[in-house]
Design a protein around this ligand. Sequence first.
Ligand SMILES: [Zn+2]
Length: 80
Amino acid sequence: MESKFFRKPAGAYTNQTAEPGTFKEFDATELYCPMCKRAVPVRKHLLIVLPEGDKYEYRCVFCSQSVGTKMDKKPIMIIS
Ligand SMILES: [Zn+2]
């Protein structure tokens, strides 16, 4: 506990109140889904929060199959 990590909140819920018809997150990323056998829009799920960044998993919006993961590295200020 000698160091403290400061970073901005992930902002995962900022799009929850978006107006109907705005699916910004949906077309942001398309990945190949082995279950649907085509490129599909994906949903981003926060898997784990690490000191060096947040790890996200992408899941197919149709069948919820995991189609990839991503490490979202954040700038960190270490106060010592
Ligand atoms: Zn799928």
